[in-house]
Design a protein around this ligand. Structure first.
Ligand code: GLC
Ligand code: GLC
Length: 813
């Protein structure tokens, strides 16, 4: 059996890491709104408020040596031994180590020579601060005297310039020290109205705020001079690198336990209320927060509130089946990951530095389907933010910055799949909530006041953006790229110093068309038609349907390669993803989307396409993106061919798009294949944690494909559309509980070995207990349904009165 570094504790909703030396830092996220932290299993990571780039509170060095250096460190000096509860940075061998990653909290416990140190890290709800509750316990029968040093390194707010503008940075750092609270106020005296602080709830015996004084210029985090000597310096930072370290002398009687509460917080003051007196920052709000968190009882109550918040979120959908891996994925980790991707989009993980991308237009729309059932109000707000960055012609800014909510000029627009995702996201929201009022919201274009049109009109122009941008075969022009950011058919880049994402986009006269957008247009276009009908806009529905029919005809005529759907036409109008090509003969995206849309289902096209996917793209660890992988650079294809074979968009297993094929399989009723594919990429089924490398409790964007050097190696964990897509797929298409405008449709498509299961689903204020019985090992097709004991016709469970409990029993064929 392969080595394991940890295990699940489902009852506690935790993943328990028992070996600190994981094959890669295994991280978790703290915070639910505004104040956030990333924390690794050895307490590495950083914190920020609202924006990981512009409001970075603590410093982190990505891609450092050794890996994952810098974080929330506690040094315990016990005689000559110095150790940390999370093993790092001193790496002193511990007698016991355990890290528990839970829902927005992490607890790390270390034991050395009879002393236990346990730290609980979390961000209380509605609070701009991270609590670190340290519990020290003496398990021996002797009195123990320990020296404790805390440590945080401040970031000079802008995480990007913090890493490069040293001629300035080394002169700007400023702090204030007030009792046990260390304030970081760099740049506060000029244009900033915010500061950070780090405190402990008892008097300290010393402190340091200057890194060089604390560490010693030539020492690492693993050997701070002040700690080694057991003597804080009382340093006050002026420029250079401000830090915050408390020094405490602790005496523990035999069996005694002691809690210390450290708080890392952030404050924004009004412009005219910045100062207490000249040069002294106004600390009122910091003190208010600290007074809410200054005893164990208060902190425990806050922690309980956070746990209750998660109880409520996770009650909305849960499954009970014979497979605990399926249950824990659906009930805990997939939902949790969806919430994290909602909060962070693609900004801050251990693979996303927090300074690059803001919120993606397409990404955020897809993320919506993963959390809309939990926090519909915030989904609503997100939709309006996203739609406000659309242009009047239906095109969209590809990204926007969370702090300003403005479209990102650096990358601009021109990704022709973007507009359709708005329809996808909004319809997902409407089916869940029934909140049609959102469609009347006035929403501007490019955030320009006065340009507002209703959200519904935004949907119409989104739909029409595809219709108005068709190529020579009547298929959608691809623009800069479609979902695959790396299939750059209009770039022709020969300059290694330019980005494929932003270089000139030679769309003028281009014949490059996308079959992926075609499938998306048919799939989500039908959503648009259905919505129009729901609203009684029948003429508009008829108009849209005609375009969809024309698209289907174009795909059947020009998008079919004989055994699968083509991927695209290139700039010159040549086929991409055809058996005629030398490499990249077949791609996952177009085959996923066209089968999801059921294009040519009756004529057998879907069957053929899915069989070809199985034959050419499937592998032990999942479905690869394309085959054969590109082995040289194709200037007419761009970035996709820049990756080595088997990685990322070049024949990697892009877990984000595997669900498209899985849904395609459910369209043809092949529950066996659907579940087999799903289990291959679902983290709960990972067989070899060492090979997989990244966290075994969340999906990664990419797993190395069959052509890679080490197939099965995961990368880019956490922030990926994979979370929402797998959630959508497992709940709506495999377990088959679909929210619709008029109720829940029950339509599972499962593996024949799957026995009975029960889903509890809260929907529009009522609770549905849905028991699915599978006496004959069927894969799909409902034989009968009873609702509260009465048999119904069809498989739509109508919306019940708010507050009611509805019992549904569905029997499969
Ligand atoms: C990344 C991007 C996403 C894109 C995908 C494929 O996951 O966030 O927008 O669709 O890569 O290139
Ligand atoms: C790179 C990545 C892709 C991502 C894009 C946008 O091209 O391969 O996954 O979507 O960057 O940042």
């Amino acid at each position: 059996m392969a080595k394991e570094y940890g295990h699940y504790d489902d009852a506690a909703r935790e993943y328990v890491i028992t070996d600190p030396c994981t094959p890669w830092p295994w991280i978790n996220y703290l915070g639910t709104e505004d104040f956030f932290g990333l924390i690794s299993n050895t307490a590495g990571g950083y914190s920020f408020c609202k924006d990981a780039k512009f409001r970075r509170i603590t410093r982190y060095r990505y891609n450092g040596v050794p890996m994952d250096a810098g974080g929330r460190y506690f040094y315990i000096k016990d005689g000559d031994t110095v150790w940390n509860p999370g093993w790092k940075p001193c790496k002193t061998p511990l007698d016991f180590y355990e890290c528990r990653h839970g829902m927005n909290y992490t607890s790390i416990e270390g034991r050395k020579d009879g002393v236990t140190a346990k730290v609980l890290f979390f961000v209380p709800l509605k609070t701009w601060a991270e609590v670190q509750k340290l519990t020290l316990t003496n398990t021996t029968d002797k009195t123990r005297k320990l020296k404790l040093f805390s440590f945080q390194e401040w970031c000079l707010w802008n995480a990007s310039t913090d890493m490069e503008n040293f001629q300035r940075n080394f002169s700007t750092g400023e702090v204030e020290i007030d009792g046990s609270v260390i304030y970081h106020k760099t740049e506060y005296k000029e244009r900033r109205n915010h500061y950070a602080y780090y405190s402990v709830n008892v008097p300290v015996q010393g402190f340091d705020t200057d890194r060089e004084s604390f560490l010693g210029l030539y020492n690492g985090f693993d050997a701070p001079q002040a700690v080694l000597e057991g003597k804080p310096r009382g340093s006050v930072a002026h420029g250079w690198s401000p830090i915050a370290s408390h020094y405490l002398e602790i005496e523990l009687k035999p069996g005694q336990s002691r809690d210390l509460i450290f708080v890392l917080g952030y404050v924004e003051n009004a412009q005219d209320d910045k100062w207490e007196s000249k040069g002294v920052i106004n600390k009122r709000m910091a003190r208010e927060t600290l007074s809410r968190l200054d005893t164990s009882a208060k902190v425990d109550a806050e922690f309980k509130r956070l746990c209750q918040y998660w109880d409520n979120l996770l009650q909305i959908f849960s499954v009970k089946s014979a497979d605990e891996r399926l249950d824990r994925t659906v009930n805990i980790w997939n939902q949790y990951q969806c919430m994290i991707t909602f909060c962070f989009s693609r900004s801050a993980s251990f693979f996303e530095s927090g300074i690059g991308r803001g919120m993606g237009f397409r990404d955020s729309n897809q993320d919506l389907i993963g959390f809309v059932h939990q926090i519909p109000e915030r989904a609503r707000e997100r939709i309006i933010d996203i739609a406000s960055t659309q242009f009047a012609d239906g095109g969209c800014y590809h990204q926007y910055q969370p702090l300003t909510k403005r479209g990102n000029d650096g990358i601009g627009g021109g990704f022709n799949d973007d507009p359709m995702w708005l329809i996808f996201g909004v319809c997902g929201y409407l089916r869940e909530t029934g909140d049609f009022s959102i469609l009347d919201e006035p929403v501007p274009f490019d955030n320009v006041p006065g340009s507002e049109k209703s959200l519904f009109e935004h949907l119409t122009i989104s739909f029409d953006h595809v219709v108005n941008n068709l190529g020579p075969h009547g298929l959608p022009l691809i623009g800069r790229a479609d979902w695959n950011d790396c299939l750059n058919l209009n770039c022709f880049s020969n300059d290694p110093d330019e980005s494929f994402q932003t270089t000139e986009n030679k769309t003028e006269g281009s014949k490059a068309e996308s079959l992926m957008i075609a499938g998306l247009f048919v799939f989500s276009g039908r959503d648009y038609v259905e919505l129009c009908r729901q609203l009684g806009k029948n003429a508009e529905a008829d108009r849209a349907q005609k375009h969809i029919d024309a698209m289907i005809a174009a795909v059947e005529k020009y998008g079919w390669d004989g055994n699968w759907f083509l991927r695209a036409y290139d700039y010159y109008g040549r086929k991409v993803g055809s058996h005629e090509n030398e490499e990249g003969q077949i791609f996952i995206e177009s085959n996923g989307w066209c089968t999801m849309a059921g294009i040519g289902l009756k004529e057998g096209l879907c069957d053929k396409a899915l069989d070809s996917v199985k034959e050419r793209l499937d592998s032990e660890h999942g479905i690869v993106l394309n085959n054969p992988a590109f082995t040289k650079y194709y200037i007419e294809y761009g970035e996709i061919s820049s990756y080595p074979a088997g990685y990322k968009e070049n024949a990697g297993i892009f877990c984000h798009n595997n669900p498209w094929v899985i849904i395609g399989e459910t369209v043809r009723g092949n529950g066996k294949a659907a579940m087999e594919y799903w289990r291959k990429i679902c983290p709960a089924y990972i067989k070899d944690q060492t090979l997989h490398k990244v966290e075994p409790y969340v999906y990664s964007q990419m797993v190395a494909g069959k052509d890679a050097f080490r197939p099965g190696e995961g990368k880019n964990s956490w922030l990926t559309g994979t979370a929402a897509w797998n959630w959508y797929t497992i709940t709506q298409f495999i377990l088959g509980i679909k929210p619709t405008y008029n109720g829940l449709v029950i339509d599972p498509c499962i593996s024949p070995d799957m026995k009975d299961f029960t889903v509890t689903r809260k929907f529009r204020g009522a609770t549905y207990e849905i028991e699915i019985k599978n006496p004959n090992g069927a894969t799909h097709g409902i034989k009968s349904i009873t609702v509260d004991g009465k048999e119904i016709c069809g498989n739509l469970i109508p919306i019940a009165a708010e507050g009611s409990l509805v019992h549904v029993t569905a029997v499969l064929q």
